[in-house]
Structure formats: C-alpha cells, structure tokens
Design a protein around this ligand. Structure first.
Ligand SMILES: Cc1cc2nc3c(=O)[nH]c(=O)nc-3n(C[C@H](O)[C@H](O)[C@H](O)COP(=O)(O)OP(=O)(O)OC[C@H]3O[C@@H](n4cnc5c(N)ncnc54)[C@H](O)[C@@H]3O)c2cc1C
Length: 373
C-alpha cells in the first residue's frame, strides 16, 4: 500500500531505502543535512565481504551478510541503469594474507571456521598468493583466497543513489531532525514541525541525538570509530602507471587486521581501525602510522602512492552487532539502523526489506528476526 514516507538520514541506508520505496510507488522525502556526502557511508571502504567479515560466534549475522551479497549484482545493474553512473562494482575477489607464523595459525583457525559454515574459501601458499596479487611482499606466509568477496566504490554509489532518487521523484530537505514523535511527527532543527504519514529512521550514529525515541523499543546505537586512508596513484604527468592492485587484499600483521581496497582509478583505500571511544572523531597520528606500517608490510609498493586523505568514520553498532529493521513501538515510525561494519553490503537487502515493511507486506523470516521488538 503506497504512502508518504519521510526518511531521516541520507547515508547509504537512507538513500537506498528512498530509491527502492520511490520505485515502489511511495511518495518519499529524505531529511538530512548533507545527503550522500557524509556519515560512515562516505568514509567506508566499500567491501562487500560476507566471508572475510565472518567472525567466530556470529553465524546468524554471516547468514544475513550472505543474503545481502546475493542481492548485489541485480541492485548494482539496476542502479547504474537508473542513474547512468558507474559505481565501481567489482567482482574480482579477495585474498587474506598472513605476515608471520602466528598470523598463519590464526588464518588457519579462521579458514576452519569458514569451512564449518560452508563458505567458499581456499588455503593458498605464499607463491599462490603472489600469483593472484603480484604486489604482495615476498615475506608473507600464505593466505586464503575468497572469490565471493567483492567491492563497490562507496562514494560513486552514494552519488548514483542520489541521482537515481532524484530521477524517481524523491524530495530532499537539507536539515537535521531534532525530535520524533509517535503518530508520527518530526521536529527539524529550525523548529519546523512536520506530520508525515510514515517515518523511517536511518540516521546511523545520529540516532541517539534525536529526542523522543525513549518508547521506540530500539536498541542503543553506539559509534565505533574507524581510521581509514585514501592513497592516490603517483602524480599525474608521468603517464598512467599500471595499478598496484587488482583485487582486495586483507591481512593479519602481527595479529592486527588491515585491508587494501583498489579502485579503478589506481587509488587504494587502506583501513581500518576499530575503536570504542565515544564521540571522538579526531584523526590520530598513531593510528595513521600503524595503518601505513601494516599495509606496507604486506604490499610494499604503497610507498610510491600519494597520501590523499586520512579520515575517521563512526560505524553505527547495536549491542549484538546486528542491524535493526522494521516498525518500532511508536505508531508510524519504522527504523533501519545499526549496520555496524556492513552497511554498504547490506544496503540492497535493507532497501528491499523497507519496501516490505512500509508496504505492510509479509517479510522473510530473516528480516523478521531484525525487527526492533
Ligand atoms: C572506516 C569504515 C570502513 C567501513 N567499511 C565498510 C565496508 O568496507 N563495507 C561495508 O559494508 N561497510 C563498511 N563500513 C560500515 C558502513 O559504512 C556503515 O555500516 C554504513 O555506512 C551505515 O550507513 P547509514 O546510512 O546507516 O549511516 P551513515 O552513513 O552514518 O549515515 C547517517 C546519515 O544520517 C544523517 N543524520 C544523522 N543524524 C541526523 C539527524 N538528527 N537528522 C537528519 N539526518 C541525520 C547523517 O547526516 C547521514 O546522512 C565502514 C565504516 C567505517 C567507519
């Protein structure tokens, strides 16, 4: 049943939901200060990595991530067609490598866990890894090849989503929401009051700053800080050098995790720390130093790249690291929040779920399990 929906938040979740809801006949307005240009979605690496993100004890979340990955090919094709913009969706695959023998042992434990879940992952020795990724250091102790973990250029994705939203008739209100009421009602930062038919909360780590949600039944959403770097190809004017990497490389370096995600323009995204430190968004020299050291330990050639950006982002995390999607306990107010480390991967799944929820259609058991209640 089509309706008018106000979406609070213009990150990958808000915009994906806006586009899908609009395509399905809803009258959609996105309320956010700088839609498509901020939040965790702007700084993220863009990995679509259900297998290499699988953590011990989180098999239900892994099942959700796999389902999210399954929707990506169709979503990417439809979005590129609707927006006329390329989003850098790349299915080359991922290799995770180990620097020392202890890292190798940890990767072997991880591989056993991945196999226990039936995931597609293959043990590779150092030579095999270097055949897949010639830029790898000769000092590595081998790794794991994961063909099904892919990536997208998250900034191109946001741009395409904003274009597709406009093309589908979505309205943008560039403002912050300071309060939400059952009914529903919205109060903007300038005091303006709105009475939409439905509200969808997709404000990421901005959620706790919105008043009136005490009775919503939503779990606490906390920020988990991540430092991340963008390295550019050597300066222009020297011809177009061959890209350093053609597939995503993840690594364990003396027990620390690092990843390098190549973009089609030859740049590389290096990330990311995982820090529980409240609202502190400062870029710390020590974290940048550590990321660069770990990245160059597995791919020494990054020394030649230009350091273009050092940034931090806040992952929106719930207590069990699982997103919350569905109606809240407040009449007319739904939510799609708490996507933590995998909001880019889960955007198509979340948008499809939002269409079912807002259209008051039955949802799959997987989506049912994410309901705020
Ligand atoms: C360093 C780092 C690397 C990451 N790498 C990956 C990755 O490789 N793959 C992956 O799948 N995920 C990754 N993630 C996680 C992913 O970025 C997040 O899960 C995802 O971006 C969450 O999207 P969101 O739209 O919910 O939140 P956000 O992107 O944070 O967007 C929130 C939006 O809400 C708006 N907002 C906030 N408060 C208000 C308010 N009061 N009123 C109106 N609007 C408001 C903001 O302005 C923003 O537009 C990474 C995250 C970080 C930090």
């Amino acid at each position: 049943m089509p309706s008018s929906v106000y979406i609070v938040g213009g990150g990958v979740i808000g915009l994906s939901c806006a586009w899908e809801l609009s395509r399905n006949g809803h009258d959609v307005t996105v309320v956010a200060p700088t839609p498509g240009r901020d939040g965790a979605s702007w700084v993220a690496a863009g990995m679509l990595a259900p297998v290499t993100e699988a953590q011990f004890g989180e098999s239900a979340l892994t099942a959700l991530l796999l389902e999210g990955a399954r929707l990506w090919p169709g979503f990417a094709a439809a979005l590129e067609e609707a927006s006329g913009q390329a989003i850098g969706y790349d299915t080359t695959g991922t290799v995770t490598v180990a620097l020392d023998t202890s890292d190798r042992a940890s990767l072997d434990d991880l591989l056993a866990y991945q196999h226990s879940l039936g995931l597609d992952a293959h043990r590779r020795n150092a030579t095999e890894c270097r055949r897949l990724v010639p830029a790898l250091s000769p000092a590595l102790r081998g790794g794991i090849e994961v063909p099904g973990d892919h990536q997208v250029d998250n900034r191109a994705l946001l741009g395409a989503l904003a274009t597709a939203c406009r093309g589908a008739g979505v309205t943008f209100v560039e403002a912050a929401v300071c309060a939400v009421a059952a009914g529903p009602g919205l109060v903007l930062a300038d005091g303006h009051r709105l009475r939409p038919e439905h509200v969808l909360l997709a404000a990421g780590t901005g959620l706790p700053g919105i008043a009136g949600l005490e009775a919503s039944g939503l779990p606490a959403v906390r920020p988990v800080k991540g430092h991340i770097l963008r390295l550019g190809p050597p300066a222009a004017g020297r011809g177009a050098p061959a890209p350093l990497l053609e597939r995503t490389v993840r690594g364990l370096v003396h027990g620390r995790s690092v990843y390098l995600v190549p973009r089609r323009d030859g740049s590389v995204v290096v990330g990311a720390t995982v820090e529980e430190c409240g609202d502190d968004t400062a870029v710390r020299a020590g974290a940048v130093h550590e990321l660069l050291c770990d990245a160059r330990a597995i791919v020494p050639g990054i020394d030649e790249l230009e350091l273009c950006e050092a940034a931090t982002g806040m992952r929106p995390a719930t207590p069990d690291n699982t997103p919350c999607i569905g109606w809240t306990a407040m009449e007319g107010v739904a939510a799609a929040v708490g996507h933590y480390r995998n909001g880019i991967l889960l955007a198509p799944l979340t948008a499809a779920a939002a269409v079912d929820v807002l259209g008051r259609r039955p949802v799959s058991p997987l989506v049912e399990s994410l309901a705020p209640a």
